[in-house]
Design a protein around this ligand. Structure first.
Ligand code: EPZ
Length: 419
């Protein structure tokens, strides 16, 4: 099992380039199921989840050339069945459900099951597909769906769900007539999926707002699309520069999608200014405590909570970090505590008090963004930190040790650690 070994105490200097967005690439790879022919995705990050999605598309019968930054999805006779062995590796596999139901009238997709950060239900996905005419039942842990051609309708989500919105947009793109989705997720990745569906010949409007209208097509064309850059990777490097101190130019930052994160970092005392096509992040003085409550986009993203909480361990005063999206997303807290952080969790809120320093030690990654916060903690801790189970990190951060190393961090990947 691999780990990341970090010797802390070095400020970061230099330039880092942000890769393509994982949470846009995943649904867009699944959108290739809506048409025959060869689709091309560009600026795709080299991540485990991309490889898992490529394996899933191959299992379904499509020919896939997975060579980041390019992924080519060719033709192939599709058997619309997504097995548990693949779906359990990555919950986002549920994104094949909408395309398979819409295109093939039937699908057998394993229920994703929960993960470390929560139960992660998909009831909204299923409710929406039933409104469009799918007959759905659950059998032995599998979602079984059968339908004729889907018919447009109105779906009101109980809460904004990112993959739920994406699944229903993709299904509606081949439905007969008009579909209206209400109380949609407004994340930039949702907007990106809508952009691709329009390239394919659907008529999608309103993406990025709470109401999305889709006029379905009888047939959709393959596409060639370059993926937007990853706002969460960008935010993670912004926090790393803020925590370690220094002066870092982050290139290909989607600044207009990070307003909530930038506002909170500025309030904490971090200087961030546009510089060419990037953002220059400078932190020299003391950090100030700032309160954060996660919320759906354009609010402060839950995927940045663990990283920002770690930053607050060093900030003057006490900060209050509230997690409103997932029920179990403070698993980085006990690990940070082992490094000397002073954090008290009460329900969905963590109270983070300043400590003078963190001490390097061995810590355990538990989920993708928690592991990023532990790596950042290693950058600022005294001595050596080893973050174990770094496969979590490899799901969402492309070449993280190379990118941090290029900024002057003392970081290396170590192999052969216990599980
Ligand atoms: C997406 O997950 C992202 N994943 C997550 O990123 C991200 O944390 C999350 O959105 C929130 O922004 C991908 O895009 C692949 P949701 P998703 O449906 O779509 C509840 C990462 O780190 N809900 O928006 O699964 C749900 O329990 C990952 O890259 C239902 O109750 O999240 C949660 O409380 C982690 N029923 C809330 O809605 C449903 O049918 C938001 O979840 C669907 C969701």
């Amino acid at each position: 099992m691999d780990g990341i070994q970090i010797v802390g105490g070095k400020p970061l200097h230099g330039t880092v380039r942000i890769s393509g967005a994982k949470n846009a690439a995943l649904p867009i790879m699944c959108a290739t199921l809506l048409s025959d022919g060869e689709s091309m995705l560009r600026n795709v990050p080299a991540l485990r989840d991309i490889g898992t999605t490529a394996d899933l598309l191959r299992t379904l019968g499509r020919e896939v050339e997975d060579a980041p930054p390019e992924v080519r999805v060719g033709g192939g006779e599709v058997t619309p069945e997504a097995p548990y062995e693949l779906v359990k590796r990555m919950r986002a596999s549920v994104l094949v459900l909408g395309p398979l139901v819409a295109r093939y009238g039937k699908a057998k997709v394993s229920l994703p099951g929960g993960c470390q950060i929560g139960t992660r239900p998909v009831d909204q996905h299923l409710k929406g597909l039933e409104i469009l005419g799918a007959k759905i039942r659950i059998e032995k842990g599998y979602i079984i769906s059968e339908s004729g051609r889907l018919q447009g309708g109105e779906v009101v989500f109980d809460m904004p769900t990112v993959t739920g919105t994406e699944n229903l947009m993709m299904a509606a793109a081949l439905a007969q007539g008009r579909t209206t989705l209400v109380n949609c997720a407004r994340e930039p990745e949702v907007v990106e999926v809508a952009r691709v569906l329009n390239k394919m010949g659907a008529r999608v409007s309103g993406a990025g707002t709470g109401v999305i209208q889709i006029v379905g097509a009888d047939e959709l064309a393959p596409f060639d699309h370059a993926i937007i850059s990853d706002r969460i990777e960008a935010g993670t490097y912004m926090v790393a520069a803020a925590a370690a101190g220094g002066n870092v130019l982050i290139e290909a930052v989607p600044v207009d999608t990070l307003e909530a994160v930038i506002a909170k970092l500025r309030a904490a005392g971090v200087t961030m200014e546009p510089d060419g096509n990037g953002l220059r992040v400078v932190r020299e003085g003391r950090l100030q405590s700032v309160d954060v409550t996660t919320s759906p986009h354009p609010g402060f993203p839950t995927d940045m909570q663990a990283q920002f909480l770690m930053l607050m361990c060093l900030a003057e005063g006490t900060s209050r970090i509230s997690e409103t999206i997932f029920e179990n997303r403070f698993m980085h807290v006990p690990e940070l505590g082992r490094m000397g952080a002073d954090i008290e969790v009460q329900g969905h809120t963590a109270f983070v008090r300043q400590v003078d320093a963190l001490e390097g030690t061995t810590v355990m990654a538990t989920d993708l963004r928690a592991s990023a916060s532990l790596v950042i903690a290693g950058l600022v801790a005294r001595g050596e930190t080893i973050v174990r189970r770094v496969y979590h990190l490899d799901r969402g951060y492309e070449h993280i040790e190379e990118k941090l190393g290029a900024l002057g961090a003392d970081v290396a990947r170590v192999s052969g650690l216990d599980a």
